[in-house]
Design a binder for this molecule. Structure first.
Ligand SMILES: Cc1ncc(COP(=O)(O)O)c(C=O)c1O
Length: 366
């Protein structure tokens, strides 16, 4: 029997193949490769979709975080509070600016715990970065209130949450500035690398437009040290095509999640919870179990692929040894790292595959 794939991008490609080829023909004919009109067109569409005033397309989500942090003037001596339970790139953004990431624990929704974030504020804190991990919006109202009270910025890392709603608003429009990844496996993914920034502040987005383009507005005149972090035209067209389908694909992910939430009844497994007043987009469907290796092996034997997000929390990564964190500092994140398992999750999972995943999890006997 064929395996149930963790992710299959080929199925989605078949749905949009013609459009992609047509659009790519135009990009190639106009030789609009690095930046250019197709990127601008996507930026306008993406800003409108996110209910933000402005968007910038860049080369990766990691660059998006880096540039967003540079735009709000994060630099050496500053601290940025981030969840330990995230993909490490949230922390890279801070480190690239010469600032220090301060890791805090997660709440029962696996996202940054606002009270832990508030407790970690010092006189050097410049921002809190809330990550909408697995496509679940974090507690933005609480974070916003804390940020306002302490006069620090709120950054959203929305790399996994394109289209998710928090109290009826799109994520990426609530914090001061937000970063997205368009890595191929994301809910909105390019056919290569890509990233984006949204904000309502014109001076920040203009600065980002310059920074991504060698610190330059006028060719060969460089007002500051910049970067080559432009989005390319081919990726922009793929993203613009996919954006038209995103709500429908996210709906389908919600149907997969609903099937899992209703169908998985194994008491040895803890299912994810959804925060009230949010509409998640289920980038990942992460369950927990004590004998994680045992469950993964069982799934494999049943022909169901699974994955880990993430086996090592950021504060215990070797890259951050110098910050002096130790095992036991952030117990929720550490417990999650040793018990999490991600089940297959993408819009094109067939009915039969969904049922096979549920059957495989329910038949696991630790
Ligand atoms: C939460 C989070 N932040 C940042 C990134 C970095 O994005 P990219 O891989 O596009 O650099 C990712 C994706 O990998 C992510 O999941």
């Amino acid at each position: 029997m064929e395996q149930v794939p963790f992710l299959n991008l080929g199925r989605q490609y078949k749905l949009i193949q013609k459009d992609v080829h047509n659009e790519w023909d135009q990009v190639l004919a106009q030789t609009a490769f690095a930046g250019g009109p197709f990127v601008t067109r996507f930026e306008e569409a993406f800003a409108a979709y996110c209910q933000a005033d402005y968007a910038a397309g860049v080369n990766t989500g990691t660059s998006a975080l880096h540039l967003a942090m540079l735009a709000i003037d994060i630099g050496p001596g500053d601290e940025v509070i981030i969840p330990a339970n995230t993909f490490v790139a949230t922390a890279w953004g801070v480190s690239y600016c010469g600032a220090t990431p301060v890791f805090v624990d997660c709440d029962e929704y696996h996202n940054i715990d606002p009270s832990a974030a508030e407790a970690a504020i010092t006189k050097n804190t410049k921002a809190i970065a809330g990550v909408h991990l697995y496509g679940q919006p974090c507690k933005l109202d609480e974070l916003r209130k804390i940020a306002e009270q302490h006069q620090i910025y709120l950054i959203e890392d929305a790399a996994q949450a394109h289209g998710a709603l928090y109290k009826g608003r799109r994520v990426g429009s609530i914090g001061d500035i937000s970063a997205f990844s368009f890595y191929p496996g994301k809910n909105l993914g390019a056919y290569g690398e890509g990233g984006g920034i949204t904000t309502n502040r014109k001076e920040w987005i203009d600065h980002i437009y310059r920074l991504r383009n060698h610190g330059s507005e006028q060719r060969y005149y460089h007002d500051e040290v910049g970067y080559n972090m432009r989005m390319d035209g081919l990726q922009a067209t793929v993203l613009e095509i996919k954006l038209r389908h995103l709500d429908q694909w996210n709906d389908e992910r919600r149907r997969v999640a609903e099937a899992y939430l209703n169908g998985i009844t194994n008491q040895a497994v803890t299912l994810p919870k959804v925060l009230v007043d949010t509409v998640p987009v289920w980038h990942l469907f992460v369950i927990q179990t004590q004998d994680r290796d045992g469950l993964m092996k069982h799934l494999q034997n049943r022909g169901v692929q699974s994955a880990l997000h993430y086996p090592v929390p950021c504060h215990l990564q070797k890259a951050y040894t110098s910050l002096g964190y130790k095992q036991g500092d952030l117990p929720r994140s550490e417990a999650l790292a040793s018990t999490c398992v991600s089940l297959p999750m993408f819009a094109e999972l067939t009915q039969e595959e969904r049922e096979r995943v549920i059957e495989a999890v329910n038949s696991y006997n630790p």
